[in-house]
Design a protein around this ligand. Structure first.
Ligand code: LAG
Ligand code: CA
Length: 527
């Protein structure tokens, strides 16, 4: 077998996430991401068997950084409780090469059966229907050990609506008092009416800066994030999560906090963090926030979903798509995705319900050379508000993967997903050198080192009575293992479990891409 690209070793081994970073981390130059690194070193060096003073040769835990780049792949693990995530990191996510997972908001929350109870925090105790503080901490450590960093969904724009007793048994909301965290004057609706930030109504104009940042996300008391007191409380909560090993955050409703409030909060953290800001809608608004960190690239989700909306246009609309994303977002700040928990419910994107299109969309996403991809893995639902199954006490049950209502899709476990994660990581530094789309077939070359092809036709060329199209891979002649059907890289020439494809001396594909599927080849030969 021809030796693979040099990067293969490091990709097959435990992921060591170590990359350069620009812009927003500049201010942290003097600060090393020490919490995680030190704990690893310290644990190793403390493992001395005192009786004989013999050093125990323990394998070193992987170094987990908070600086993820285009090479990395994240997964939003929606509705997964802490204990089951720990197991999933060890058994699935780590071995598949997933760099980070985004987990649900971990704080105490309102009671109920809807999935969105977690978007109504009642105080900042790390205690929820997903598990206790100890379980959360242990999950983060286990995932870290498996090479998977944990990002927490941070709901810091608002607190819970109404008043009652929280999941964890603490009073909230009465006269806008939230346990021992906030009181009335910490909310925009509780300010003096002359205060320039005073707003006591729900947002109606979702794009105007003042309105969208000071008024209520429908029903939810809006925190006065311009106040030093509030910023300190939020930073205290985020630092607490960091002390439990969390590597970064998704800022929920970031579009509803002023960009400078987010900057001020981030500046208070002693350890740098990876930040994804949720700025729904147009890329222009996200520009105001790019100085703070990454943004969710809504444009990518929109474009992918609309391409798949018209079968006839799939392949042609895909051409040039990633270049359009690169025009809209700085390449190093865009986190791209097909769907998130909101868009799959509110119809803003494809979802697992599109059985044919959705997997292909995710494969296409992972093949693109622009942005850092985030996959999504949640549970099946029929009603918009339906939450994941709970026990009698309201605790989330362990996920059951399956095709039934309220079972989990476990999308991250799919062979094709694993294969594309491997291909993505292997080729992330190879430029896209050719791209073509016609007659339902999309083709992409990666600088002579990789090829991705997607066939959206239901029937073969023969059955459609058309000529077999010539597909140029840009790869050297040889036999290749398709990573999509193989589920990952092959370590040697004889262990390809997937389809094999021959490339002729012209660099053209000999066998056609099967209908309704994609293939991903990389320039290390099967033999
Ligand atoms: C988000 N990003 O900006 C989350 O991704 C999104 O899932 C959250 O909405 C929202 N912002 C607030 O954090 C979700 C549901 C809403 C739900 C809200 C609060 O999509 O439907 O609102 O969480 O739990 C629910 C009711 C509303 C009601 C509100 C307050 O649906 O009708 O006004 O609660 O009682
Ligand atoms: Ca706000």
């Amino acid at each position: 077998m021809t030796p693979p690209l040099q990067a293969l070793d490091s990709i097959l081994g435990m992921p060591k996430i170590n990359v350069d970073i620009k812009r927003y981390v500049a201010k942290f130059k003097s600060v090393k991401p020490k919490t995680l690194k030190i704990s690893a070193a310290t644990i190793a060096s403390l493992l001395v068997v005192t009786a004989g003073l013999v050093w125990v040769n323990q394998p070193k835990p992987p170094v987990i950084d908070y600086r993820f780049t285009a090479k990395d792949v994240g997964v939003q693990m929606f509705g997964w409780n802490w204990n089951s995530l720990a197991k999933e990191c060890t058994e699935q996510l780590g071995p598949s090469g997933v760099s980070w997972i985004l987990v649900d908001p971990p704080t105490d929350h309102i009671r109920g059966k809807q999935w969105w109870i977690h978007y109504q925090p009642t105080n900042y105790d790390i205690n929820s229907d997903h598990g206790t503080r100890e379980e959360f901490k242990s999950m983060v450590a286990t995932c870290q050990q498996a090479g998977v960093a944990v990002l927490a969904d941070a709901v810091i724009n608002h607190m819970a609506n109404g008043w009652f007793v929280s999941y964890g048994g603490k009073a909230y909301g009465k006269n806008l008092k939230y346990a021992d965290v906030y009181t009335r004057e910490n909310f925009h609706e509780g300010l003096n009416e002359n205060d320039p930030h005073y707003c006591a109504h729900d947002i109606t104009n979702w794009n105007e800066l003042w309105e969208r940042t000071n008024c209520r996300f429908p029903g939810l008391p809006d925190l006065a994030t311009e106040q030093e007191f509030v910023r300190n409380k939020i930073a205290g909560y985020l630092s607490d999560l960091q002390s439990l090993g969390v590597a970064g955050f998704r800022f929920d409703a970031a579009k509803h906090m002023a960009p400078e409030d987010i900057a001020a909060i981030m500046n208070k953290l002693k350890t740098p963090a990876f930040l994804i800001q949720e700025i729904s809608g147009d890329a222009e608004t996200s520009e105001e926030y790019q100085g703070n960190g990454h943004v969710w690239a809504w444009r990518a989700a929109d474009d992918i979903s609309s391409a798949f909306a018209y079968a006839a246009k799939v392949s042609t609309e895909m051409v040039g798509m990633s270049e359009r994303w690169a025009d809209d977002y700085p390449a190093d700040l865009a986190v791209t995705w097909v769907n998130n928990h909101d868009t799959e419910r509110d119809g803003g994107s494809l979802s697992y319900k599109s059985k044919t299109e959705y997997p292909l969309a995710a494969q296409f996403l992972l093949a693109q050379p622009v942005g850092q991809p985030m996959l999504f893995s949640g549970f099946r639902f029929s009603l918009r508000d339906e939450g994941a199954p709970q026990d009698d006490s309201g605790k989330l049950l362990d996920p059951v993967c399956g095709p039934e209502h309220l079972q989990y899709t476990c999308f991250h476990r799919e062979t094709a997903v694993k294969g594309m994660i491997a291909w993505h990581k292997l080729l992330s530094d190879k430029k896209m050198t050719a791209e073509k789309g016609e007659d339902g077939i999309y083709q992409m070359q990666r600088d002579g080192a990789g090829f991705f092809g997607l066939n959206f036709n239901k029937k073969s060329a023969k059955d459609r009575k058309v000529d077999e199209p010539v597909i140029a891979t840009g790869l050297p002649e040889g036999k290749y293992c398709d990573l999509v059907s193989n589920g990952g890289l092959t370590a040697s020439g004889s262990d390809c479990q997937g389809l094999t494809f021959d490339v002729d001396s012209q660099g053209n594909l000999v066998q056609p891409i099967p209908p309704l599927s994609s293939i991903a080849l990389a320039a290390y030969k099967v033999n």
